[in-house]
Design a protein around this ligand. Structure first.
Ligand code: FMN
Length: 163
């Protein structure tokens, strides 16, 4: 059983969550490879919310050049976990671009995680986006508060480990 985790994180919340996910899956006896997908040209951290490039690329669903997926061979995994911060209601552009790039190339079950600040159901939106692109999505959860959401994270990882 081998799982790939694909994620982007700008301010660290998704990265910390993925560190937990990685160790939890290892504890469940799963082989895990982690791929941190980033824009070739990373967004400036300064005034991130007001950065016109961030706004433009997110809201216009731009396909941006990404790195970090070198060596990712979809056919070698039993399942793929995709995690993304939510920016203005959307998956962050590097993950949006990853989803476009690998549409019809990943045949294995997908589990996805959105991280956000507001308790809005962004996970269902991402699930629909992935399904529309032909991905076989099993489950998508939203994480706002790690401690509060931990039970749901663990429940999903239990399913991932049996994918
Ligand atoms: C540019 C930008 C836009 C955001 N838009 C939303 C949003 O629409 N809804 C929301 O709940 N959180 C929003 N957030 C908060 C992030 O989704 C949340 O803090 C996320 O967990 C950050 O992940 P990261 O630390 O891994 O980058 C936004 C954050 C940024 C920087």
């Amino acid at each position: 059983m081998k799982i790939a985790i694909i994620y982007y994180s700008k301010t660290g919340k998704t990265r910390r969550l993925i560190e937990y996910v990685f160790h939890k899956l290892k504890d469940l006896g799963v082989g895990v490879d982690v791929f941190t997908v980033r824009p070739i040209r990373e967004y400036s951290s300064r005034l991130l919310h007001l950065n016109p490039r961030t706004l433009y690329e997110t809201l216009l669903s731009r396909n941006i050049p990404i790195k970090g997926d070198e060596g990712f061979k979809p056919e070698t995994y039993d399942a793929v976990v995709i995690a993304t911060p939510i920016w203005w209601g959307m998956e962050a552009p590097p993950i949006h671009s990853f989803i476009q790039k690998y549409a019809n190339l990943i045949k294995t079950p997908i589990y996805c995680i959105t991280t956000a600040d507001l308790p809005i159901d962004y996970a269902s939106k991402l699930l629909k986006t992935l399904k529309a692109r032909g991905y076989e999505v099993r489950e998508c959860i939203q994480v706002v508060n790690f401690e509060k959401d931990r039970g749901r994270i663990d429940a999903m990882l239990d399913k991932v480990s049996k994918a």
